[in-house]
Design a protein around this ligand. Sequence first.
Ligand code: ARG
Length: 458
Amino acid sequence: MAQLWGGRFTKETDQLVYQFNASISFDKRLYRQDMEGSMAHVRMLKKQGILTGEEEEQILKGLKGILADVESGALKITDRYEDIHSFVEANLIERIGDAGKKLHTGRSRNDQVALDMRLYIREEVLETDDLLKGLLNVLLRIMEEHTETIMPGFTHLQKAQPITLAHHMGAYFEMFKRDRLRLKDIHERMNYCPLGGGALAGTTYPLDREYTASLLGFYGPVPNSMDAVSDRDYLIEYLSALSTIMMHLSRFSEEIILWNSNEYQFVEIDDGYSTGSSIMPQKKNPDIAELVRGKTGRVYGALMSLLTTLKGIPLAYNKDMQEDKELVFDAIDTVKGCVTLFTGMLDTLSFCKERMRDSARHGFTNATDAADYLVNHGVPFRDAHGIVGRLVLYCIEQKKALDDLTLEEYRAISPVFEKDIYEAIALETCVNKRLTAGAPGKASMEQAIRSCREYLEA
Ligand code: ARG
């Protein structure tokens, strides 16, 4: 056991206590951020005359050496150390001697870990954003290819009105675009440097917190030192954004699972993204979509878990906060894996246009348009609704679609119908007359696609 704080103690920590307390098994992930933070701290200490130029040089050289050796695999981060901070400091002292003992001047592990985690999450926020951008590019490609691919739109999982595949994908485009905006907001709010907060009350050394913050690419220091070491709101915000991304992915997965079922047959998942059954030779299962849907619960769990952990913690630092790491790391890994695999699955998905169109033709998706036809011929909407309702009932009895009825059959129910009713309720008409902004009509959709493209290229 290598500890930073033995002086005040008269006996060794119990082995089980040591293990329960140690965080190295998971905070070793922060090794690079920990050393980058230390380098900035040391440069600031030198600028402020707290360290000499020679000490600064030795420490920087030592840290760079440790970083290079960890990255090459020559130096292993082992459980011999309590946490990543102890690992770095112990190795530094081993390498450069006494100068290494000055690294922790004017700093506490409380502001140090707060910094490491912010540096780490700041990068992850950008990486999550980048993965979402990849997903948006695939969505846009599908939208551009399918402005004329007609499918049924559903409400209550009942066929409602005809739409296009471009329109359906466009809805997801907007959701994931908002997810990116949320990440951007989080980045803006969290980009302040906690270093210099000390244990909780700052320090008596003349630190230049602005300088350290600017060296590390932050907008400035976190204003209050107690808040600096205690704030984990940005993790809650990030987990919340990740949960929303998963919620969107899960809804989308659910649709792909339905569409891929024998009953729908709207899509076929590529062989590379499906799996078979050990017993039923005919099976090709949508496991990736199901796993994405399933893993959503795990990310929500991380959010609930951290909210609960934080709710009763008095100011300032308490060890409870160490619990932020494993669950945030797990949520990040889960979401990155899900977005990556989902994007690949979507990119290789084939759409069965004939099946989609055929499905839209059945189920009276053009009934609203038949009512609108009557309205355009002077019938009040509520009466038109009743007339078409009776027509639909008649069709169900006759096992016919609205398009299959003869003009005589139409006129038997309302004499307002003329032979242009067929044109008025054709699927293409139903879709392309829907030209309100945001609707599936081709002209509207092309406008929407243009703004999506501009957004992605900006
Ligand atoms: N491992 C700790 C954490 O993750 C680092 C800070 C420890 N500070 C302390 N006073 N024990 O939160």
